[in-house]
Design a protein around this ligand. Structure first.
Ligand code: HEM
Length: 286
């Protein structure tokens, strides 16, 4: 297939077949006989067109699914095939989440995990190696396409309802409530000492504040409060590390994996509780 894309110097990506809102995609052309697609990339610099040509291979799912190892991992996003083998160690979201999708379609997980697609697209360009051959489904053949379509429809509906736009006022009050309870506990300790009644009352206040901090750290860890991931990370570190005394990175490392492969053993670390809870020979097998 030969197609042509406008590729402006702001880093927009090559070959984005199902553009997200705000992205432009122009294609025209016919399949090439050798199973390769020729991409014509136009860069606009100071009003001049600098045209690069780059060959894109066509792949079947059978071929893509062979590249499902750490030492050889490809994944598919919006029908484009990316070889992430040598880049996986540099992925800001960690090597593991990429490897969980090696040899698979990662479109929805990719969409869910990146707040700022403009940053991400800068990296995508160099990893692109081809696209799904015409006639190949957009997901692996063993995935139920109706479920995938339902999920994408749900996401579109929630986006249209602005359900991903967090209310900063709500989260500000949530944080204020936690801080007030913490300060109150310290003040009670200062003024009333560490007798039993004061200690029990302080425990009550701190239990509420710690429980509320858990909810807040979860939302910040999900990067769901601010539009920029760095602000979410900063607040996550404050709540998780300073208020709760736990590692924000440890939580993200596990929780991102949990959400990219929820309840899928052994990829989801949250259900990998074997060493703690499974006893004997038959329980682990079940
Ligand atoms: C080859 C495709 C991919 C590229 C080029 C890419 C690139 C990036 C970049 C640049 C960031 C940093 C974003 C920021 O700081 O705002 C990031 C973060 C992340 N990515 Fe990817 N990514 C890819 C695929 C995936 C996939 C398939 C998943 C999930 C299965 C994933 C999960 C994550 C997660 C969990 C983060 C951490 C989010 C954060 O801390 O801000 N990525 N990725």
């Amino acid at each position: 297939m030969k197609f042509e894309e406008k590729h402006e110097d702001n880093g927009s990506l090559v070959g984005w077949s199902q553009p997200y809102p705000g992205e432009k995609h122009h294609t025209n052309g016919k399949p090439a006989a050798n199973g390769k697609a020729e991409v014509c990339v136009k860069r606009e610099t100071n009003g001049k067109h600098d045209v690069h040509r780059k060959s894109l291979n066509m792949y079947t799912w059978q071929e893509i699914q062979r590249h499902n190892q750490e030492a050889d991992q490809w994944l598919v996003i919006n029908r484009k095939v990316y070889d992430v083998t040598s880049w996986a160690d540099r992925h800001p979201g960690g090597r593991r989440v990429l490897n969980h999708y090696a040899g698979e379609d990662a479109t929805d997980a990719f969409r869910a995990m990146h707040l700022d697609l403009d940053i991400v697209k800068l990296f995508l360009k160099s990893l692109l190696i081809g696209e799904l051959a015409p006639g190949e489904p957009s997901q692996e053949r063993n995935k139920n396409p109706h479920l995938v379509e339902d999920f994408q429809e749900l996401r579109r509906t929630l986006e249209a309802m602005n359900m991903f736009d967090a209310s900063l006022g709500f989260f500000f009050l949530h944080l204020a409530q936690i801080l007030i309870l913490e300060v109150l506990a310290w003040l009670i300790l200062c003024y009333f000492g560490s007798g039993w009644p004061a200690t029990i009352f302080i425990s009550f206040l701190l239990t509420i504040s710690q429980a509320q901090s858990s909810f807040l750290q979860h939302d910040t860890g999900h990067l769901s409060i601010f539009k920029k991931s760095k602000w979410n990370h900063l607040m996550h570190k404050f709540v998780m590390c300073h208020l709760k005394g736990l590692s924000a990175n440890w939580w993200n490392y596990r929780h991102f994996q949990h959400h990219v492969k929820p309840n899928i053993y052994p990829k989801d670390p949250d259900i990998d509780m074997g060493p703690l809870f499974l006893l004997g020979d038959s329980q682990p097998v079940k």
